[in-house]
Write a protein of this length. Sequence first.
Length: 326
Amino acid sequence: MRRPPDTTGPIRPRLPSPVGDVADPWLAGRGVELRLKRDDLIHPLVPGNKWRKLAPNLRAAVEGGHTRLLTFGGAYSNHIRAVAAAGAACGLSTVGVIRGDELADAPRNWSLARAEAHGMELAFVSRSAYRALLRGLGGDGPGARQALEERWGHAYVLPEGGTNVLAARGAADLVAELPGLGPGDVVCCAVGTGGTLAGVATALPAGARALGFAVLKGAEGYLDGEVAELHRRGWGRTFGNWRIEHGYHGGGYGRVPAELEAFAAEFGERHGVRLERRYVAKLLWGVYGLVERGELPAGSRVTAVITGPPDPEPGRTAVSRGCAGA
C-alpha cells in the first residue's frame, strides 16, 4: 500500500509557538497578568490558527486521494491565502471562491494577489450566490457539492474560514503548549467562525476558561450556536467553560474605528508587537475593556492567542517556493 506523503513536514511550522509575558503597569495595578501566545509566528505563509486548523484537513485530503482543495472567503481572507500557500507547498491545486463578483475585473489587492501567486484559481461570485453556496454546503446538500464538482472537478472542500471538526481538533493542540493552566486562567482568542475557540475549550483543564471576542456584528446567537454545534458533532457533548463577548467587534468585520486604531497603535508602540487589525486588535481591545469593567478580575491570568500577523507593509511580499522550500 502506498504511504500517504507527509502533509506537515514540508511547511516546517514553528511549534510550539512562543509564549511571552506583557509587562503592563496598568494591568498589573489591577492584578491581571497578560501573556501572548504567538501563533502568528508559526509560519510566515500559513500562520497561527490557520496552520493548526489546516494541518488535519490537509492530512485528510491527501489520505483521501484528493489533489485539489476548494474553499471560500472574502477579498482579504487570511484563510484564502493560507490555503493557497499550504496547497502549493504540498502539491495540491487550489480554488478560492471569493465573495463579490465586482472584484473579478478590479486590480487585485495584496491579499488576492498573494493567493494567485501561489497558484490559486480565484472564482468571483455575487454575494447572494456566495451565501447560497454556503447555505447548501452547511446543510450537506448534495446539490451544492455537485455544482462545485461540475465546475472545478473533484475536490476536498474546506468551509469558509476553514472551520470544521478536524480544524477544531487541530486548534485544541495549542492548549498542551500552555502548561500549568488552572483556576484563574483565561485563554482568549478572536472569533470569526468559532473553530479556534471551540477547540481550545475542549482541551482546558478544570477551572480554566475560554473567552472569545466576536469580530462580526450581530452574531450573538449565530456564533455561539456554531461553537456548540462543533462540540456536539466532534465530542458528542457540550462544554460549559467558554463564552463569546460580542461588544468589541468595532462595527463589524473589517471595520476599524478610530478608537480601535488608536489602541492598536499604542499597544504596538508600548510592547513592540504590531497587531493585525481585523481580529487580533479587537481581541486585545476587548481584554483591556473587560479588565476595566471588572469582568476579568484581579487574580486572572489571561493568555491571548495571536492568531495571525498584521497586514504586510507596502512593498513587502512573501511567496512560497514550493514544498521543499516552504
